[in-house]
Design a protein around this ligand. Structure first.
Ligand SMILES: [Zn+2]
Length: 254
């Protein structure tokens, strides 16, 4: 005969199993979502992200940008570098969130959100005012080994390659390909006319983008330059001035 105690134990057992099943499913789904790295295609990029599991620890609403959320992720996610994962999601670690750089990081990442939301507008702006075209693939004559050293970036994933004035291809390259690290890159410019790498951006580029003895640090891609200039309120250069005008137009679309 089944006693009350046996029924109670049976029910507790079911609850126990249901609890762990739910936990397992949530973890698996989060993991699948987090490891959807479709934009990581090269072997050095995979190697650099080998230990980089991304788990979402907490989700917060962005109070400034509509339809945008902030995911607090594990410190290993993109080696702790803040980034966006789609047109509605900014990701950063708890350390960055609790640091003094939270506001400037959010300002920077919101530009990447707008770049994801309005790709055609940005492309047109880059072509007409900054002299850039964006591309999904490197130039034909770039040696394969060099192209393999290109570090993928989630914020430029749709069109990671950029060409300035139909000649210079800027690229973040892994500094030590034998041991690639996301933070260990050198930005260089491939001169497609002379078929060689330049250590620094060309002089004509500096006239457009540099001022008061300062140039953008993240000159690897116009998406990064735009986010950097906007975050620093650096509008005193010709590039900064046109960016400010463009942003006024873009924000009116929101
Ligand atoms: Zn960025």
């Amino acid at each position: 005969m089944v006693t009350v105690l046996q029924i109670a134990l049976f029910l507790v057992g079911i609850l126990f199993v249901a609890y762990f099943l739910r936990k397992f499913l949530i973890q698996t789904l989060n993991h699948q979502k987090a490891t959807n790295l479709w934009w990581v295609t090269r072997s050095l990029d995979r190697e650099a992200r080998k230990q980089n599991s991304c788990h979402v620890l907490k989700t917060l609403e962005d109070m400034e940008l509509e339809d945008c959320k902030i995911e607090i992720v594990t410190p290993t996610c993109e080696s702790g570098l803040p980034h966006t994962s789609d047109a509605h999601t900014i990701r950063m670690t708890e350390d960055v969130w609790n640091s003094g750089t939270r506001d400037s990081t959010l300002k920077h990442e919101r530009i990447h959100i707008l770049q994801r939301r309005y790709p055609a507008e940005w492309r047109r702006f880059y072509e007409e005012h900054w002299g850039y075209t964006l591309h999904v693939a490197p130039p034909h004559k770039l040696p394969k080994n060099d192209a393999e050293r290109f570090r993928a970036n989630p914020d430029t994933a749709a069109e990671p390659w950029c060409c300035w004035q139909n000649r210079y291809w800027f690229a973040p390259l892994y500094h030590t390909p034998e041991q690639p690290k996301l933070l260990g890159v050198d930005v260089k410019a491939w001169d497609a006319h002379e078929e060689r790498w330049l250590q620094d951006p060309p002089e004509e580029w500096r006239h457009l983008f540099c001022g008061d003895g300062k140039c953008p640090h993240q000159w690897e891609h116009p998406h990064e330059i735009a986010a950097e200039l906007w975050t620093a309120d650096a509008f005193h250069t010709p590039a900064g001035y046109s960016l400010k005008k463009f942003m006024n137009h873009l924000l009116s679309l929101q």
